[in-house]
Design a protein around this ligand. Structure first.
Ligand SMILES: C[S@@+](CC[C@H](N)C(=O)[O-])C[C@H]1O[C@@H](n2cnc3c(N)ncnc32)[C@H](O)[C@@H]1O
Length: 332
């Protein structure tokens, strides 16, 4: 199975009892996120929170939630597509690309000068919207995700169906079998060698090493064939690199009969991955990867009252080895 996921999603994973489902917005709604929703999406200030909560449920979602024994709730259309922690934790309001150290000094100036950017694993399309909010021309921005449903949902969230360029969201599977990938939207609608910048924020860490290598090699095929072309992002890392078994409920996903793992990198192993991908694709690369100091990444917010926070932290979150890895991979 090449895909990251096969639907239906693992039983019980849409439960709103998982610690990465935050029931209420707290500090995730930063003044920046509020400003994007008010100024870009034209949401009246008093309605911002309710707008985020009430991304209206589709009938199909209501049915799937009911099947999981959960009454349809507000905000849960995105949770129903797939219960990603980035949805449950409102991480999409953090605009992860904009937190990258190269966003202000390199990415934005290049976009203003006409560079093209692809956000791969775009989820709700928040990072390309932030680029537009920061003055980038929309015509040079593309978003792609495994789940086609995110296209409509992102229009609904950002209220820009009339202005976001048509055809700039492409549903595709970066791990599709070769023939399907060659015929897919990324290779046919966008095309090989067309992107000056590819953002892969919180993306590669979803996969085991073999699939990370496959994805990285394909990302290099999409990248513009000129020095300075850039892949950048951030992801969960570990001071001890290696394959880590997925935890419940995602542990129940199997790949070719084997227990699923994801690979966690330190800066050295991450550089090794991209050097290997560069050799496979025939692309010379300069890789930079750094750990940022431990933060509250993955911690349960105290505002989620009603949860046994301490027990959940013990059970679900990795400990002292977890870091966030920021990286750039530049074609030399
Ligand atoms: C953890 S989320 C990160 C979303 C966003 N980049 C962010 O920083 O909030 C990972 C995204 O990758 C997408 N994804 C997972 N497997 C994929 C695949 N094989 N091909 C393309 N996208 C995939 C998921 O649907 C999800 O939206």
């Amino acid at each position: 199975m090449a895909k990251m996921l096969e639907r239906p999603v693992p039983e019980g994973s849409r439960s709103v009892s998982w610690p990465w489902y935050h029931h209420v917005l707290t500090d995730e709604l930063t003044s920046e996120a509020r400003s994007v929703l008010v100024k870009y999406s034209q949401i009246p200030p008093r309605n911002v929170e309710s707008h985020i909560y009430s991304i209206v449920s589709l009938p199909s979602l209501s049915l799937s939630l009911k099947a999981d024994g959960i009454p349809p709730r507000q905000r849960d259309k995105a949770w129903g597509i797939f219960p990603w922690p980035c949805v449950g934790e409102f991480w999409f309001l953090a605009f992860g690309l904009s937190l990258h150290p190269l966003y202000q000094p390199l990415v934005l100036p290049r976009l203003h000068a006409g560079a093209t950017l692809l956000d791969l694993g775009s989820c709700l399309g928040q990072d390309v919207r932030k680029c537009i909010y920061d003055g980038a021309p929309p015509t040079n921005l593309y978003a792609s995700d495994l789940f086609s449903e995110y296209e409509e949902l992102s229009y609904e969230l950002w209220r820009d169906k009339a202005t976001f360029p048509q055809g700039h969201f492409m549903a595709d599977d970066i791990l599709a079998p070769n023939e399907a990938f060659t015929r897919g939207t990324l290779m046919t609608q966008l095309g090989p060698g067309q992107c000056d910048i590819i953002s892969i924020t919180m993306f590669l860490h979803l996969f085991n090493y073999a699939n990370q290598l496959k994805a990285a090699t394909r990302i290099l095929r999409l990248l513009a064939h000129k020095p300075g072309s850039l892949v950048l992002g951030s992801q969960a890392g570990s001071t001890t690199p290696g394959e880590v078994p997925l935890k419940p409920p995602f542990a129940e996903l199997h790949e070719e009969g084997k227990r699923r793992t994801v690979y966690r990198h330190n800066p050295e192993s991450f550089e090794g991955l991209w050097k290997e991908a560069g050799r496979a694709a025939g692309v010379p690369l300069k890789v930079s990867a750094v750990f940022h100091a431990p933060d509250d990444f993955g911690k349960v917010k105290a505002a989620d009252e009603g949860f046994d926070v301490a027990a959940k932290e013990r059970k679900y979150f990795t400990g002292a080895e977890t870091r966030r890895l920021y990286f750039s991979v530049m074609r030399s």
